[in-house]
Design a protein around this ligand. Structure first.
Ligand code: PEP
Ligand code: MG
Length: 327
């Protein structure tokens, strides 16, 4: 079966009735890149850039970051690579920020991701410059995580513009059209998706954190993790709103959380008219194969039914029955 997936790695991911769903990969470590050689995909939909910061006891330099990104960009040739700016904090404690990050009562709601970057422009601009420099060698898109307010997005864009002007002064080449996007993973950003969509080139939905924050449930906490569930009607409504908001502004919307690789959720996401799914490299083959067997029109009908349901059990059962009916 692995050989079958490898043989079909360059096939387009299109439903039986012609809806294209771009299929890209989530990468957390450079070593995972080899999975792309084997299983294809149209690019990288999420590069979790924390790795160099977590490995070292000092902040990585612009040159070190650039070398990491450019290696990846060259590997991908001209396929797009979405580089996410650092998502440190929460459960990812870098020793360099240990003082600030340890002993928080609520780390997932604390000093994290874009919040650190906006507080420490030195760290942020170094990373943005390295990402922009890599954009000269391929197709780089830059994505900001954990945005919870429009003001934060505007500040992030301001720093992005500053990084560009520094590079211009330094006469270092970069792609002037490098696109920027947002990872929507906080409910406040989800509700503002219509406003946000007008300010970005693409939107990706981080359903792992979005589910956690929508349900106010720490999924690491066994006592309450039964409440964590991405089949909940609230997730369907929220994702639908984000996709519609993106499409209203002609902005593509992807999902890069675990939902994107979960067969039942794929029925839902395709029916909601998702443009792109970003999954672990090992899922590229099975997800491509599954989507090629689906009918977009049937799934739109299914979603209409799901949207009328009040309870996650009903959503889950309906999705499961539909999935089983394929075999
Ligand atoms: C998410 O929250 O869904 C996401 C993709 O980001 P991470 O899993 O790295 O938090
Ligand atoms: Mg996240």
């Amino acid at each position: 079966i692995t050989t079958y997936y490898a043989e079909h790695k360059d096939d387009r991911t299109v439903t039986k009735d012609g809806k294209t769903v771009d299929l890209v990969a989530n990468i957390s470590l450079p070593v995972e890149l080899k999975g792309l050689k084997e299983f294809g995909g149209q690019g990288i939909g999420l590069y979790r850039s924390e790795y160099l910061y977590l490995m070292k006891h000092t902040l990585p330099t612009e040159e070190e970051l650039f070398q990491e990104y450019v290696t990846m960009v060259r590997f991908l040739k001209n396929k797009p690579v979405v580089l996410r700016t650092i998502d440190l904090g929460g459960d990812k404690i870098a020793s360099i920020l240990e003082q600030e990050l340890l002993h928080e009562d609520n780390p997932n709601m604390g000093y994290r991701a874009i919040r650190i970057c906006l507080d420490r422009p030195d760290i942020f601009i170094t990373q943005l410059k390295a990402m922009l420099r890599a954009s000269h060698y391929g197709k780089v898109q830059i994505m900001f995580p954990m945005i919870s307010r429009l003001e934060e997005l505007e500040q992030a864009i301001h720093h992005f513009e500053t990084a560009k002007s520094i590079l211009r002064e330094e006469k270092v080449p970069f792609d002037e059209n490098c696109e920027i996007g947002i990872l929507i993973e906080v409910p406040s950003a989800a509700l503002m998706a219509d406003k946000i969509a007008g300010k970005v080139d693409f939107i990706s939905i981080g359903t792992n954190d979005l589910t956690q924050y929508m349900m106010a449930v720490d999924r690491g906490n066994e006592k309450v993790n039964h409440i964590y569930c991405h089949y909940d009607p609230v997730m369907i409504r929220t994702i639908q709103w984000i996709i519609r908001s993106g499409h209203h502004h002609k902005v593509p919307v992807s999902v890069c959380g675990e939902m994107a690789g979960d067969p039942l959720s794929i029925l839902l996401l395709v029916g909601l008219d998702i443009d792109m799914l970003s999954v672990s490299p090992i899922f590229l083959g099975p997800v491509r194969e599954m989507i090629r067997g689906l009918s977009f029109k049937d799934l739109q009908d299914l979603v209409r039914k799901l949207l009328k349901m009040d309870k996650r059990q009903d959503v889950y059962k309906t999705l499961k029955d539909r999935f089983i009916s394929f075999f």
